[in-house]
Design a protein around this ligand. Structure first.
Ligand code: PHE
Length: 344
C-alpha cells in the first residue's frame, strides 16, 4: 500500500512536470484527485486496512494528495504565464508598419456652394436660418401674399401631403417664419439655404432641389441695398467680372419684382452655347418685400421695408463646376463625387 501511494505520486508529479498546457493539467487533476481518481480510490480502500494501519496510511495519502495539488498549482501558474507571454508576443503591434489606407470622403459640390455662401453672408452680419421641409400652406403661400386660389400658385407644382401640409416649394416660406418668430419686430438679416420640392423631373429640374433665400427687413431698405448685395454675392461666387441685369418680373411677395441675370461666365457675355447666345444667364428671383407681406407677418410697412432674393443652389453649383445634368447631384455616384475631392 505504501509503495503504491509513492508510485502513484511519483508518476503524477512526473506527468505534471511534463504537462504542456492548462488543459492537460486539469486532466491530470481529475485522473488522480477527481471523484474516480487513483488517490481517491486508495482513500476509499482504507476500510480494508487494520485500525492501526489506518491513520498512517491516511496521512500518507493525504500528504501525497496535497503535494500533487501544490505541484499542479505551481505548474499551472508557470503555464499561464507562458501562455500569456506567447499571446503577447503573437499580438505584438509593429508600429513601424505602414497603416492600412483609409478611404476618405469628399464634400458634396452642393455643400461646398452652401458653405461658401454662408461664409460670405455671415461675414456681412447675416444669420443662417433653417425652416421645416414639410411646410404648411399658410407659410409656404398664404403669408406670402398668395391666398388659396391665387393664380400665381400655378407657378409651382407642389407635393401636397394633406390640404394643409406640403413639401415646401420655396425657401421663401422661411421669410414669413422669420418675421412671425421675431417677437420684438426688430430688423432681420438672414439667409436660408435648404431643400425644396416641386413636381418636375428632367436634365435641369429635379423633384428635389436646393435654394438659398435672403431676407433683409429694416428701416430705409431700398433697391440699392438689394442691388449691392446681389452684386457682392454673384461676384464672390462666379468671379469679379460678373455683371448683373435686373429684368422686371412677378412674384406675389415682392413689389417690384425682378429676375436677375448674370453675365455668362463662360463667354464673358459674347454669346455661347451655355447662355444660348444671349450673353446672360438667369439665376435669381428678387424684389422689394411687398407691404402686404410685412403687414401680414407683423411688421409696420410705414416704418419698415425690405428686400428678398432666392436662387437655386443646384444651378449655381452646376455653373460653377460645369455639371450638365442636375440629377448627378442626387445620384450619389462615387465616380462623380470623387471629382470634387479638393483636400480642403
Ligand atoms: N421663391 C422664388 C422662387 O422660388 C424666388 C424669390 C425669392 C423671388 C425671394 C423673390 C424673392 O421662384
Amino acid at each position: 500500500m505504501e509503495e503504491k501511494v509513492s508510485k502513484i505520486k511519483e508518476v503524477a508529479l512526473k506527468e505534471i512536470e511534463d504537462a504542456k498546457d492548462v488543459k492537460s493539467l486539469e486532466d491530470i487533476r481529475v485522473k488522480y484527485l477527481g471523484k474516480k481518481g487513483e488517490l481517491t480510490a486508495l482513500l476509499k480502500m482504507m476500510g480494508e486496512l487494520s485500525p492501526e494501519e489506518r491513520p498512517k496510511m491516511g496521512s500518507l495519502v493525504n500528504s501525497a494528495k496535497s503535494e500533487i495539488e501544490e505541484k499542479i498549482k505551481n505548474k499551472e501558474e508557470i503555464l499561464r504565464n507562458e501562455e500569456l507571454a506567447k499571446k503577447l508576443e503573437s499580438e505584438r503591434i509593429d508600429v513601424t508598419l505602414p497603416a492600412s489606407k483609409q478611404r476618405r470622403g469628399s464634400k458634396h459640390p452642393l455643400n461646398r456652394v452652401i458653405e461658401e455662401i454662408e461664409d460670405l453672408f455671415v461675414s456681412m452680419g447675416y444669420d443662417v436660418v433653417a425652416g421645416p421641409e414639410l411646410e404648411t400652406d399658410e407659410y409656404c403661400f398664404e403669408r406670402l401674399n398668395l391666398p388659396k386660389g391665387h393664380p400665381a400658385r400655378d407657378m409651382q407644382d407642389s407635393f401636397y401631403i394633406t390640404t394643409e401640409y406640403l413639401l415646401r416649394t420655396q425657401t421663401s416660406a422661411v421669410q414669413a417664419r422669420a418675421m412671425m418668430a421675431n417677437k420684438e419686430k426688430s430688423p432681420i438679416r438672414i439667409i436660408v439655404p435648404g431643400k425644396t420640392y416641386r413636381r418636375e423631373d428632367d436634365a435641369t429640374h429635379s423633384h428635389q432641389f436646393n435654394q438659398v433665400e435672403g431676407l433683409v427687413v429694416d428701416e430705409k431698405i431700398s433697391f440699392a441695398d438689394l442691388k449691392g448685395t446681389l452684386e457682392i454675392f454673384m461676384k464672390h461666387m462666379l468671379g469679379e467680372n460678373t455683371r448683373l441685369r435686373f429684368r422686371p418680373s412677378y412674384f406675389p411677395f415682392t413689389e417690384p419684382s425682378y429676375e436677375v441675370d448674370v453675365s455668362c461666365f463662360k463667354c464673358g457675355g459674347k454669346g455661347c452655347n451655355l447662355c444660348k447666345q444671349t450673353g446672360w444667364i438667369e439665376l435669381l428671383g428678387a424684389g422689394i418685400v411687398h407691404p402686404n407681406v410685412l403687414k401680414m407677418n407683423g411688421y409696420d410697412p410705414e416704418k419698415y421695408s425690405g428686400f428678398a432674393f432666392g436662387t437655386g443652389l443646384d444651378r449655381l453649383a452646376m455653373f460653377k463646376y460645369g455639371i450638365t445634368d442636375i440629377r448627378l447631384l442626387y445620384a450619389n455616384d462615387v465616380r462623380f463625387l470623387n471629382q470634387f475631392d479638393r483636400k480642403d
